[in-house]
Every structure is written in C-alpha cells, then in structure tokens.
Ligand binder design. Structure first.
Ligand code: BGC
Length: 775
C-alpha cells in the first residue's frame, strides 16, 4: 500500500490516578503482582511513593474499578465486531481549518471511530461528541492532543523544565496544562516524552528531560501526576501518555526516525527507567515509537510491548501507535502487506492505531482487523481485550458520565494570573547560568541604558519553542512577554534600545551595524541568540549544532565594541558554543522559556531571581564528541594526556564544554561533612556567599568489581535546596539496594557485593567522596 503523505505539523505560529490508572491493569490482565521488577527502575527515592499497586488501593477505588469492569464487559457483550474495531481507530478532524468534517461526524455516529487526534475548540469537540452520543451504543469519543509544555499558558520546553531539577514545580505546570486543555474537551495528552538521549543532534531532546534515567524518571512521574492527578475523571485532569516506547532517544547518528540498536543492559539501565517509573506512577497510556529496536520495529515489537510492558511491568492501560506507524511497517519492509502490518501490531500489543485518516481508507485496523478475526489470524479475545482497555480509559476519564464539556469553563481556565505566575516561576527556575566572569551578572537596577539585540530578543513565536499545541493561534502570541519587553518592565528608568541584528537563521549580516551602534550607545548590551523554534522538535535533527548562521559573528561584533555585554541563549538542545562559551562575560541558558520568558529572563538578569538550574544534558565542545553523557562506562585505557594510546581525541578533550548537573549562581556554595552509611548518605550544603540562592545537591554512585561494568558515575538522588546567605542545611538521601543494583545482559536485576563509591556534589564532576560496603 502506498504511504500517504502525512499532515504538515502546525508548530510554528508566527507564520501561520495514580492508583486508578495503574490498576486499570486489574481490569484487563490477570492479577497484577507488585514488585516483579526491581524498584531500581522506578528511579529510586526521587519518585518513590508515586506508584499505585493492587496492594495500596483503597476499598472505594476497588469498588469503582469493579463497577467499571462490569460496565465495560457488559458493553463489550453488546458490540458488533465493526464497533469493536472502531474503538481501536483514532481519526483526525478532516474538516476545513481543523474543524470536524462531515465524514468524521458520520463515522463517529456509526461507531467507526473511537478517538480523535488534533481536534481543538470546545464547540468542535462537543459537536463530535454529540455525534458519538447518537451512535447505537452511545460510546463517547476521547479527544487526544500533543499538550507538551502548555496549552495556552506555555511553559519552558521540557528540557528547560528538567533543568529546574524541581519535580514539584513541573507537576504544577502539567496540572495547569491539564486544566486549560480539558476546558476545551481534551482529555488525553500525548505527553510526557520520557526518551533519554545522549545525542543533542536529535531534535526531540527538547521534548525530554535529557541524558539521565534518574532525573528523567523524576520528571516523567511529575508530569504524569500533574496531568492525571489522583483521578483523571476530574473535569480539570486528563490522561497522560508516556512515549515513545522504547529507546527512541537512541536513534543512530541523532538522525530522526533512525534505527536504535543496543545491549540489554543499556536498554534496561539507561533507556527504560523513565517509562517504568511513569507506569508505576499510573500513566494511563503508552505510545510505541516509530523506530526499530535491535532489528524489530517498536510498533510490532512484542518484546517491548508485551514481554516488558504488559508482563513484567503489569501495565494495564492502553497502548497507542505513533502517527500512522502501523502502516509504516510496510515501509520498513517488515510487513509485506497492510493486513500483515495490522496483525503484527495488534499481536505485539498496540491497542489503538493512530491512523488519522478520514475516511479511514489508509488505517490498517479499520481495513483489515475484521477479516483477520474472521480468518482466525487475530483472535476475538485479543480484540475484546483491546476494546476493554479503550473503554476503561474512557471510563477512567469520566467520559461516560460527562461526555460533553461545559463551554463556559474555557474563559476561566486559560492564562489565569496563577498560571502566568507559575510560568514565570518555572522559566526562572529552569535557567542555567553557564558563565559569569567577574560578576558580569546580575545587572545593576540603576543601569542607565541597555541595548537589547539579537534574533531571539523580541521574537514571541520562537521564544515559545517547538511543540506549541495545535489551536494556539497568532492572537495567542499577544500574551507572550519577549525579553525586550521583560527588560523594559524591569528597568523602567533605563533607556532601552533594540536592534535585531539578524533573524534566527542569521544568513545576512546587514543588520549588524545597527546592533553595534545600539551597543556602542548603551551602558550594557543583552544579546539574545539561539535557534529558531523549528530547529528542534520532531523531524529536526541537525548535524551541526552550533549557533545558526552568523550568530556567533553577531556576538563577536558586539564584543568588539569593548562595551559590557551578556549573552542569553534560547535553544532546544545543547549547542556547541565555541567562541561564545569561551568568551562571553556572562552566558545564561534560558532554553525556550515560554509565555512569561521575557519577564523571567529579566528577573534573572537583574538578580531578582538567582539562577539555580543545572544542565540535564552535556553540552559538547564539538559535534564529533557525540554521543556524549556523563554516565559512560569505564574503558581499560582511560584518558591520559601523557599517553597517546588511551581513550581520547587528538584534537579536543574528552570532557564536555559544560557538564551534566552544572550551573552557576550569583552566590557560592560549599559541601562538607559527608556521612555515608548503609542506605543513607548525608552532607551539609552551605551558602557561602552574600545572596540567597538555590543549589542542587546531587548524589552519584559507582561500583567496581561487578559482573558487568558500571557507569563511571550515575545519579541516584538530588535535591534542589534554597538557602539564604550564610545558611547551612543538611541534605539526606536514602540509597536502597534497588538503586545500587543494575540489570545484567540477561535482563536480570542484580546487586553485587563490594565497595560502592559515593559522590555528593553540585555537578557530575567533583564533589565529596565516600565509600561503603555492599554486602
Ligand atoms: C509524534 C508523536 C505525537 C504524534 C501525534 C507523532 O508524529 O511522534 O510524539 O504524539 O505525532 O501528534
């Protein structure tokens, strides 16, 4: 079958239950037994207490689940095969300008569509839902959308949120997103993306939490809890999806949609932990990845979707394919027909096909499942089980009880003062101070004149970054505060001039002269450079991850004036910064900071907020160092500059430009009094400077003498701590056997006896060192 051209994405605006969800498992699969896999993969202490299991469920929850199970089973008993297949098909809006088309309405009314992607607007959604309510069995449709870092209030991109190392704040953002999206009738987000990645060439690192499984687990759990709350039938909650299962972030050469191929130990120790943690936290749904793992496309990968997800992890929710990925099994050459693609996917464990075709002529489940059942290639019990997952999801989302959305909710839910305040707080907390030579920052509030220059300085659209949801319109951009406007508001008495210099691709230097004049005429210049939003996100891999075009030359031109300047970065991935990293007097990584980004940048520039973010991903010196991560395995010939025959480059050090866990502050911190005992690590963190500030205390471990090599270090705990000047706090981490252990290449979890090295610091490099013996 020919593969139809997929829709164009609309990311660029300027131009254009825990307990309930987890135990849904109980409704659909044989008795869930907690603890089949080691809690090590839950991410340890940072995410403990997140999971709900059969054993922790309240009597009321049990009762509700039993009643849902009985309703769902009785409904399944009344359904025709065509209606069952309909529940497994996800459609698109298909009308003009994203409205519901007549074909969609007809298909919904006849029970051929169970879910709809990318339809926004409460009236549109209610119109489709009314059609569903007219269907023979009145089964509601569930509406899904990529709500990734906000719906109307746009928060920093996820890699920025991860830089906050503040799961509670991330949870709060997700909860605001759920409130705004659900007011429109969206009860299902395809987020969080929990793909660990060590390759900043891959554009989708912007959607994730970076290179580390422990931090990634904490962020994954925070997002799931924020979107779903304890019960996502609540009007202001929605179901979460963890994606893209699994190990999509390991695409070879950082090239989008490319192959992934790895050892069992790497899969389980590095890539799977955030998915497992999110499953334990009750994520209602999982999306399979576009990619292949070890030679098998994930959409047809029964090892991932059944052996690990269903059997080991006891996931009982719904698995959705990625966009048209089932038919892509033919493009892989893995299936030789659409029918075989449908059979492979449903047998491997894909519940819903994100087919998104209207009419469903290209959707393999719609086209082929009924015949596959009739010919005995797919059993009716497989179909029934999948339909049970979908109907249970809809029950848990409260759609049977409240299928329609109150249109009056929208005006009270969007861009509220509390949401905007949260966006400003998170943007401030996500910023990472990379350089601050001779206290170039913070700027004095009395500075008489400021030049604001650069392609991202007054650029609301790019400032939001990629993955702004469908439905976010050019008029919504008026709520975005640019850096220029943030600075004007923060320094009302200063003369503020602006010159763009160049646009974000920066192919022309014709605007440089105006930027240089502005700098010459001002006491200080704030240069805001980075990537256009379209350079990261899906289908946005880059082989050269430096500042685009002539942007470095723009910074150099400002530097050449000899006047004070500072650099702010907005970007969706770690960049190779070269000259700018080595020379900018101050360098502030703001990521794409969202709606309130300009205010938040100004808060940090003027010291109202003391930056405390830390990098969730290494910044390489050049792209030749990629893949790069702090938690690499040891080599037998570790880097030794005096010996050529060691693991090193001839032309660049092994170390990154800026390491995982790194970030400066306007104050200084010091760690002392490390105490290490079995299961417990403590240290004192003191603010030794003169300003209040935040530091992130990080716990790393390493063990020699294990059955397989262990990372030179791996993160097993962190705490973001706020300290007033001169204040000291004691920070304590628990360190269980579940964290000390690891998966071997047989996929078994083991804890080996021996000496465990412990490092406590505020970076993945250095820190206090201690040891204990694991028995
Ligand atoms: C992406 C998913 C996304 C889906 C629906 C796909 O292209 O890979 O992450 O959820 O589209 O928009």
């Amino acid at each position: 079958m020919p593969i139809p051209l997929r829709r164009m994405r609309t990311a660029q605006i300027a131009t254009g239950v825990t307990a309930l969800a987890t135990t849904a498992a109980l409704l659909a699969v044989p008795a869930a037994s907690a603890g089949l896999t080691s809690p090590r993969v839950t991410g340890g202490s940072a995410v403990a207490a997140a999971g709900g299991t059969a054993h922790t469920m309240s009597a009321a929850t049990r009762q509700r689940l039993a009643s849902i199970a009985s309703d769902v089973n009785s409904l399944i008993g009344k359904m025709t095969l065509a209606e069952k297949v309909g529940q497994l098909e996800m459609s698109g809006p298909a009308g003009p300008n994203g409205t519901p088309g007549q074909t969609l309405l007809d298909e919904v009314r006849s029970g051929e569509v169970g879910s709809v992607l990318d339809l926004v607007g409460v009236d549109n959604i209610n119109q489709v839902q009314q059609a569903a309510l007219q269907s023979r069995l009145h089964i509601p449709v569930i509406f899904g959308l990529d709500v990734i870092h906000g719906y109307k209030t746009i928060f920093p991109v996820p890699i920025g949120e991860a830089s906050s190392w503040d799961p509670a704040a991330v949870q709060n953002d997700a909860s605001i997103s759920a409130s705004e999206a659900s007011a429109d009738g969206i009860k299902w987000t395809f987020n969080p993306m929990v793909d660990v990645s060590r390759d900043p060439r891959w554009g989708r690192v912007v959607e994730g939490a970076g290179e580390d499984p422990f931090l990634g687990s904490a962020m994954a759990v925070a997002k799931v809890k924020g979107y779903q709350g304890d019960d996502f039938s609540a009007p202001d909650k929605m179901a979460a999806t963890i994606k893209h299962f699994g190990a999509y972030g390991a695409v070879q050469a950082g090239r989008e949609y490319n192959t992934t191929d790895m050892s069992e130990q790497q899969l389980r120790n590095v890539y799977l932990p955030p998915y497992k943690s999110a499953v334990d936290a009750g994520a209602a749904t999982v999306m399979s990845a576009f990619t292949s793992l070890n030679g098998v496309p994930d959409t047809a990968n029964s090892y991932l979707l059944t052996t690990i997800l269903r059997n080991e992890w006891q996931f009982g929710g719904t698995v959705v394919s990625d966009y048209q990925a089932i038919q892509e099994l033919e493009a892989f050459g893995y299936a030789t027909s659409g029918a075989q693609a449908a059979q492979l996917a449903i047998t491997a464990g894909v519940t819903i096909e994100m087919g998104v075709q209207v009419p469903s002529q290209f959707s393999t489940y719609t086209l082929y499942l009924a015949d596959l059942v009739k010919s005995g290639k797919v059993s009716m019990s497989t179909i029934d089980n999948d339909v049970r997952h979908v109907l249970t999801l809809k029950e848990l989302a409260g759609l049977f009880a409240h299928p329609l959305t109150d249109p009056n909710r929208v005006k009270n839910s969007e861009l509220t003062p509390a949401s905007l305040a949260a966006a400003r707080t998170m943007a401030g907390r996500s910023m990472v101070l990379l350089n601050d030579n001779n206290h170039a920052l913070p700027l004095s509030s009395g500075v008489p004149s400021i030049a604001v220059v650069g392609p991202l300085a007054d650029n609301p659209s790019d400032q939001l970054g990629p993955d702004v949801p469908i439905g976010y319109s050019p008029s919504d951009l008026t709520s975005v505060v640019s850096v220029l406007n943030g600075i004007k508001a923060a320094a009302p008495h200063a003369t503020v001039s602006y010159a763009q210099g160049c646009d974000a691709t920066c192919t022309s230097t014709s605007g440089f002269a105006a930027a240089v004049s502005a700098a010459q005429a001002s006491a200080v210049t704030v240069v805001v450079v980075g990537e256009p939003a379209s350079y990261s996100g899906e289908a946005s891999s880059r082989s050269d991850i430096s500042l685009p075009g002539q942007q470095t030359a723009l910074v150099q031109a400002i530097a050449a004036t000899g006047k004070p300047y500072v650099v702010v970065l907005m970007n969706g991935r770690p960049l190779t910064l070269g000259w700018v990293a080595d020379n900018a007097p101050a360098l502030l990584e703001a990521w794409f900071p969202g709606t309130e980004g300009g205010n938040a940048v100004a808060d940090v520039l003027f010291g109202k907020v003391n930056p405390g973010g830390k990098l969730p991903m290494s910044f390489p010196r050049n792209a030749g160092q990629i893949p790069i991560s702090y938690n690499e395995l040891p080599t037998g010939r570790p880097d030794d500059p005096s010996n050529k025959y060691t693991s090193r480059y001839l032309d660049v050090p092994n170390t990154p430009q800026f390491s995982f866990g790194y970030g400066l502050s306007y104050t200084t911190f010091s760690l002392s009094n490390l105490s290490v005992s079995a299961g417990r690590v403590s240290a004192d963190i003191a603010n030794t400077g003169s300003a209040a500030g935040d530091d992130v205390v990080q716990l790393y471990i390493h063990q020699d003498g294990t059955s397989i090599l262990q990372p030179v270090r791996r993160l097993e705990g962190f705490q973001r701590v706020s300290l007033s000047a001169g204040q000291t706090k004691r920070v304590t981490f628990t360190l269980g056997r579940d964290q000390i252990g690891f998966y071997n290449n047989q996929g078994q979890f083991e804890v080996d006896p021996g000496t465990v090295d412990v490092y406590v610091g505020d970076n993945s490099v250095g820190g206090l060192h201690g040891q204990f013996t694991e028995k």
